[in-house]
Design a protein around this ligand. Sequence first.
Ligand SMILES: [Zn+2]
Length: 115
Amino acid sequence: MATATISATKQKHVDIKRNDTVKVITGRDAGKEGRVLRIFPKTSRILVEHVSMVKKHVRPNPQRNIKGGIAEQETPVSISNVMLVCKQCGPTRVGHDSRGAKKVRTCKKCGTTLD
Ligand SMILES: [Zn+2]
């Protein structure tokens, strides 16, 4: 049997950067908007503020001044489940343009530079 070797480890280009505002389009938190806190390019996932929160039970640790109880924490969501939010027109797809030697991201809808 002939098998074609396809590299599955090739890193996908990610159009989302830290501190971008994104809108969740699918899943439990669909419709929520938040700031991007972290990016995980290898898994194509991002951490979005106040999105995909999970409750975590925390033990009290008086030495580190940690009170016991339930803490909430973000978990990474797939990049394909969010859209970048354009300040002019809302959730959009990202286009690319070059301003001289510099590549910039643009809004596909209105053309505004997103960087
Ligand atoms: Zn726009």
